[in-house]
Design a protein around this ligand. Structure first.
Ligand SMILES: Cc1ncc(COP(=O)(O)O)c(C=O)c1O
Length: 395
């Protein structure tokens, strides 16, 4: 680091958004609840337009609780001009897409995208007159062959949160820039701690902050962080769509954010230990983890990422979906439920074949997706050992 005054990521995570006028002496910016804010005169009220980040005006335009979170997230994404908050990750994806696309445009959408992102494309964008073309996550610079006169945007998700391919993000973004296209990424798996999307050339980075930023499975929130070129469009579109996050959820996300670095490093360490152990088990045929050499796009992970989070999958030998489901049902320390990124471990089926249209993703056996939480990793391994033994006996 050449500038000694430039704070490193863990310091920014701890200090971001803690302006004295927002914290008023409290360590973490507290919960400011408001819809109406009062002015001294009509003239002062009228002068508060247009609403501005950091100036109290009306509840929907935020209070220090939301501004502190947005500012802290902008601070950990080099190249960012600002961050908007949304009531969920899916809302963040939807509004970011609405901000960049108009009827008549085409978007190139990665085939490994989170299923509700696809559903938004197919059921909202297509009827609006936006063409949606799905592409193979491993296409890399070959994306150029898909770009036509109407193409406006490329959406990436890396790694895919069911299938774990790592995309050539800088390569795709270089082509996009040369052709005047806007790029968006769902960076939920890595967060800016492990992958700085804007530095890699992306224009707009989206997080389902519900996962690692909140980190405690007790609040829903989404974020969109954009560079200077796209920030005004993101800000305006989220305002006109009335997107707002209540102060209690924003507070929980800021509290979660303060420990993001240390949590992610523990998720990484424990997940790698579990994955390496699983790889040696006779019932397991394959590990889908970006840090493993045979994961598609592993070389991009080595080149571009600073680490791996706690979400990965493994493939079982033999057996069928029922035997796999019984394995999951019998686990003691793994919850069964949607989402991931909290302190607790989760296990779910991971079948992606049925939602692919542009690329083949064929499994040899049933798959399990694990989110490795912050429990003692040896308890998790012993639990999985008992599960695999039951699976082996039944398969
Ligand atoms: C990769 C990814 N993106 C976006 C979302 C949507 O986030 P939310 O559940 O907050 O709407 C999820 C949720 O599981 C996800 O896994």
């Amino acid at each position: 680091m050449t500038d000694a005054r430039r704070r490193r990521p863990d310091t920014m995570i701890v200090e971001g958004g803690r302006k004295p006028e927002w914290t008023t002496g409290i360590v973490n910016p507290p919960v400011w609840r408001a819809s109406t804010m009062l002015f001294d005169s009509v003239a002062e009220m009228e002068a508060s337009n247009p609403p501005r980040h950091g100036r109290l005006q009306y509840g929907r335009n935020g209070t220090p609780t939301q501004w502190a979170l947005a500012e802290a997230l902008t601070g950990i994404e080099p190249g960012a001009a600002g961050t908007r908050l949304f009531p969920s990750g899916s809302a963040a994806v939807a509004i970011a897409l609405m901000a960049v696309l108009s009827p008549g445009d085409e978007i190139l959408m990665v085939d490994s995208a989170y299923a509700p992102t696809r559903i938004f494309c197919d059921t909202v964008l297509k009827p609006m007159g936006v063409a949606v073309t799905y592409y193979d996550p491993m296409i890399g610079r070959g994306i150029e062959t898909l770009i036509g006169d109407r193409t406006k945007a490329i959406f990436l998700e890396s790694p895919g949160s069911l299938s774990f391919e790592i995309q050539d993000v800088p390569g795709i973004c270089e082509i996009a820039k040369a052709r005047g296209l806007v790029t968006l990424i769902d960076n939920t798996w890595a967060t800016p701690v492990f992958f700085q999307a804007l530095s890699a050339g992306v224009d707009i980075s989206i997080l389902a902050a519900t996962k690692y930023i909140v980190g405690h499975a007790d609040a829903m929130i989404g974020t969109v962080t954009a560079n200077a070129r796209w920030w005004p469009r993101i800000e305006r579109t989220s305002q006109v769509f009335g997107q707002h996050v209540g102060p209690d959820d924003a507070y929980l996300a800021t509290r979660g954010l303060r420990t993001l670095g240390v949590r992610l490093r523990q998720h990484q360490q424990s997940a790698l230990k579990v994955a390496q152990w699983l790889q040696a088990q006779p019932q397991v045929s394959r590990i889908l983890h970006p840090a493993f050499a045979d994961c598609p796009g592993h070389e991009h992970w080595v080149r571009d990422f600073k680490g791996a989070s706690g979400l990965f999958a493994f493939e079982l030998k033999g057996g069928d979906a029922d035997a796999r489901d019984a394995l999951i049902d019998g686990l003691e320390h793994f919850g069964i439920g949607y989402s991931w990124g909290g302190f607790e471990s989760l296990a779910t089926p991971a079948d992606a074949e049925r939602i692919r249209t542009a690329s083949r993703w064929q499994a040899e056996g049933p798959r399990v997706r694990l989110h490795i939480g912050l429990e003692d990793v040896d308890d998790l391994i012993e639990d999985l050992a008992r599960g695999l033994a039951r699976y082996g006996a039944s398969a």
